[in-house]
Write a protein that binds this ligand. Structure first.
Ligand code: A2P
Length: 280
């Protein structure tokens, strides 16, 4: 019988192109949330890369046509993970995040399966220490790279700085770093105690916390290096990745050039790489 087939006039269930299903949503503050979605079996990416994700936009007022609303999001999960994780800001009048912040487990989002990006190990020359510099949701690519075995294979020391306005905005990163201690895969592949290679330096600028100030100012004064017990960056030993707001990225680039570090790319690996954190 053909009772299983859909009659031609039956309403069709709207299916998003490149749809993935939401498997987890966590709200960290009234401005920040993270979520996980299914991963297409064929999708390969390098830890630190980004993809375009989004939702179907509202119908065009005249034509009624639907167009996807997509933005570049760093993948926060590592390349080996069976799901994909993202870390996002909520902008109340943001075209995408005003809607995206309401997703629930079981909902679908659009994810274009074309990962790209410069915050990848391939874009850096070999070195002894790797620095990750983030502001706000710029932590996302480092959430991927911190869970990537290659990070610990390639470097003796991993230093992550994260500057946020308020203390609550540090929680996603702080929890992630804490979770590394019991990460079975990393403990197995890299060896127990691998996480002792990590130095974590969280700072806030607009709310009281154990360390206050912009990381740029704390480096200029030497305070950050003294707190961490490390020497300032130099091109012989140090590699760095930057992901934050535009002003932050530019300021750090300028500082790095003063230290003698040069910007690398996939096709031309050097000392540091930069990517702008997503803002709706
Ligand atoms: P501040 O509060 O002093 O502006 P935002 O939410 O605006 O993207 O900022 C995230 C964090 O990045 C804030 O703590 C902010 O500090 C900091 N920040 C903004 N611009 C710079 C910069 N040029 N250098 C260092 N930190 C910056």
């Amino acid at each position: 019988t053909d009772t299983q087939s859909t009659p031609a006039d039956a309403p069709k269930k709207p299916v998003l192109p490149d749809a993935q299903t939401v498997t987890e949503v966590k709200h960290w503050t009234d401005r920040l949330f993270s979520f996980r979605v299914t991963r297409p079996a064929s999708l390969r990416f390098r830890s630190g890369e980004f993809v375009m994700i989004g939702l179907m936009g509202d119908p065009h007022p005249e034509t009624g046509k639907l167009k996807p609303l997509l933005r570049a999001y760093s993948i926060a999960s590592p390349s080996w993970d069976e799901e994909m994780e993202f870390y996002s800001i909520k902008v109340q009048d943001g075209p995408l995040t005003s809607k995206l912040q309401h997703i629930k487990v079981g909902d679908q989002i659009i994810m274009r399966p074309k990962p790209v990006g410069t915050l990848v190990h391939d874009a850096l020359l070999p070195g002894k220490r790797i620095w990750f510099f983030a502001t706000g949701t710029g932590f996302a690519p480092f959430a991927s790279l911190l869970r990537e075995p290659q990070t610990y294979e390639d470097y003796d020391e991993v230093i992550i700085t994260h500057t946020c306005r308020e203390a609550g905005e540090l929680k996603y990163g702080a929890d992630l770093i804490e979770s590394l201690k019991t990460d079975e895969l990393l403990n197995e592949v890299i060896g127990e105690g691998f996480w002792k290679k990590i130095k974590y330096y969280p700072t806030t600028t607009r709310e009281e916390s154990p360390k206050m100030g912009r990381i740029t100012d704390l480096m200029r004064s030497g305070e950050a290096f003294a707190d961490l017990g490390v020497t300032p960056l130099n091109p012989e030993t140090d590699r760095a990745m930057i992901c934050g707001n535009l002003a932050f990225n530019l300021e750090l680039k300028e500082m790095f050039e003063e230290y003698g570090l040069e910007e690398g790319a996939n096709s031309d690996p050097k000392h540091y790489v930069v990517e702008k954190a997503f803002l709706d």
